[in-house]
Design a protein around this ligand. Structure first.
Ligand SMILES: Cc1cc2nc3c(=O)[nH]c(=O)nc-3n(C[C@H](O)[C@H](O)[C@H](O)COP(=O)(O)O)c2cc1C
Length: 415
C-alpha cells in the first residue's frame, strides 16, 4: 500500500538534469533542498539542550507579554503566533521551533499511509515572477508528501517522551490521494477516523486538512458542501469522543469559494453544534488571477504569502466567520502573516491565534518572536485599555471583542 516516500531531492534533481530540465533541477535544489537542510539542522540542534539554547539565542529575546496569552478551543497558548501546517511535515522539529518561540505548531498534513507527494520542484518561491527566487510568495504542490502516520507520531512522541515539549501540538490529519480518486465519502470518513485515532496520543488538538488544492478531487469534493464536511468531521469527532482524549478539532478551511463557501462553514457550525471547536482560515489559493500575477497560472500548486489580495482574502474570511459564529467557535488566522501588523489585523478581525508558513522564509527562525514582539508593541499602542487579548480579538468587527463572545463550550486551561 505505502508508496516509496524516500525519493530524495538529489535523485529528483539528477533526473531533471538528465532530461536537460536545468531550471527544474535548480528549483528543486534551491527550494526543497534548502528546506531539507534547514530542517535537518533544526532537528539535530533541537534534540540537544545546547542546540536549543543556541536556537533560543539566534531567535532573539523571549517576548512573553502577559497580554498576548490566548486560548484556542480550550487550549492555552503563551502567545498567538505558531507554525502553520506544511512547514514541518514529519514532526521532527517541534523542540527546535519551541526553542525559537513558536507558541503552537501544526504538524503535517499526515495521511494514514506514507505517500510520495507531487513531483519536484513542488515548492517555489518568488517576489514577483516565477523564477526570481524571492521570499515573499510561495507556490507549493507538495500534495501531502509524508512518511505516514506511524512515523510522524513516532517523531513527535520521541520529543514528548524527553519531557520537554510544552507548546500545543496539532497534528493535521489528511487523506492518501487514492481515497479521493474513489470519491467515496464513506471510505473517506473511515480513513479520517483511523488516522485521527493514530495521532491522538500525541495531540493537544486535531486539525483536519482536507482543503488542499494539490490532491486531485479534494477541493472538488467540497462541492458536496455540508455532506462532505459531515462525512469527514463526524468520524473524526467519533474517534476523539471514543478515545477518552479531551482534544478539540480544528477544521482548516479555504478561502477560494468566496462568501458562499464561508456561509456554508458558518451554517455548518449552527447546525452541527459541538462537532468542531475551531476553524483555521485559510489554506493556499488556487485562484488563477492571483497566480497569474506571478506567471504561475499554469503551474500546479497553491499560492500563499505576502500577496496583498491573498492577505485580504485571508483576513476577510476570518472576519466573515467571526462575525457570523464568533460566539460559538475560535479561529486561527493564517495567510500572508509575516509581521506584527498583519498578525494584529488577524486578531482584530477575530483570530484568537495566527499561523505562519511562507513568512518563515523571509524572517527565518526568529519569525515567531519577531512577529510577537511587533504585535506586543502594537497592542500596547492601539489597545492601551485592554487587559487581555480577548479584548482585542474581534475588536474591528461588528460582533465586537471576544471577551463579550466567549464560546459556551470553552473549557478553561486544557493543554
Ligand atoms: C510548503 C507548504 C506546504 C503546505 N502544506 C500544507 C498542508 O499540508 N496542510 C495544510 O492545511 N496547509 C498546508 N499549507 C498551507 C499553509 O498551512 C497556510 O495555510 C498557507 O501557506 C498560508 O500561510 P502563509 O501565507 O503563511 O504561507 C502549506 C503551505 C506551504 C507553503
Amino acid at each position: 500500500m505505502a508508496e516509496n516516500t524516500s525519493t530524495t531531492v538529489l535523485s529528483e534533481a539528477y533526473g531533471h538534469i538528465r532530461n536537460h530540465e536545468f531550471d527544474a533541477a535548480g528549483d528543486t535544489l534551491r527550494h526543497e533542498g534548502l528546506k531539507k537542510v534547514v530542517e535537518a539542522g533544526m532537528y539535530i540542534a533541537g534534540s540537544k539542550k545546547l542546540g536549543r539554547l543556541a536556537i533560543d539565542r539566534l531567535a532573539g529575546n523571549e517576548v512573553g507579554e502577559e497580554i498576548l496569552r490566548t486560548n484556542v478551543a480550550g487550549i492555552d497558548m503563551d502567545g498567538p503566533v505558531g507554525i502553520a501546517a506544511g512547514w514541518d511535515k514529519t514532526g521532527k522539529t517541534v523542540l527546535a521551533w519551541q526553542a525559537a518561540g513558536a507558541r503552537h505548531m501544526t504538524i503535517g498534513g499526515i495521511p494514514y499511509f506514507g505517500q510520495a507527494g507531487g513531483r519536484m520542484p513542488r515548492l517555489r518561491t518568488m517576489d514577483q515572477r516565477i523564477g526570481d527566487h524571492g521570499k515573499a510568495i510561495s507556490l507549493n504542490s507538495f500534495s501531502f508528501w509524508s512518511p505516514g502516520s506511524d512515523a510522524v507520531v513516532h517523531n513527535i512522541q520521541e520529543q514528548q517522551d524527553a519531557g520537554d515539549v510544552t507548546i500545543p501540538i496539532i497534528p493535521q490529519v489528511t487523506l492518501n490521494k487514492e481515497f479521493y480518486a474513489e470519491n467515496d465519502l464513506g471510505l473517506i470518513g473511515k480513513l479520517v477516523g483511523m488516522t485521527v485515532k493514530k495521532v491522538l496520543p500525541v495531540a493537544s488538538a486535531i486539525s483536519l486538512g482536507l482543503t488542499s488544492p494539490n490532491t486531485k478531487g479534494m477541493r472538488e469534493a467540497q462541492d458536496a458542501g455540508d455532506r462532505f464536511m459531515l462525512a469527514v468531521v463526524a468520524p473524526a469527532r467519533e474517534a476523539v469522543d471514543r478515545s477518552g482524549y479531551d482534544v478539540p478539532i480544528i477544521y482548516k478551511g479555504d478561502g477560494d469559494g468566496g462568501e458562499a463557501q464561508l456561509e456554508m462553514y458558518c451554517k455548518w457550525i449552527e447546525y452541527h453544534a459541538g462537532m468542531i471547536d475551531a476553524f483555521e482560515l485559510i489554506n493556499t489559493t488556487s485562484l488563477s488571477h492571483i497566480k497569474a500575477k506571478y506567471g504561475a497560472e499554469n503551474l500546479p500548486g497553491g499560492l500563499a504569502g505576502a500577496d496583498k489580495e491573498y492577505q485580504e482574502l485571508a483576513l476577510s474570511a476570518v472576519k466573515y466567520v467571526y462575525e457570523a459564529v464568533g460566539n460559538k467557535i475560535d479561529i486561527i488566522g493564517t495567510g500572508g502573516c509575516d509581521s506584527g501588523v498583519q498578525a494584529l489585523k488577524f486578531i482584530e478581525n477575530g483570530g484568537s491565534a495566527v499561523g505562519i508558513n511562507t513568512g518563515i522564509r523571509k524572517l527565518g527562525i526568529s519569525g515567531p518572536r519577531t512577529i510577537e514582539r511587533e504585535l506586543a508593541m502594537l497592542v500596547a499602542a492601539r489597545h492601551p485599555e485592554a487587559s487581555s487579548l480577548d479584548e482585542v480579538i474581534g475588536a474591528a468587527t461588528k460582533r465586537g471583542p471576544k471577551s463579550q463572545n466567549l464560546p459556551a463550550r470553552h473549557p478553561l486551561g486544557r493543554q
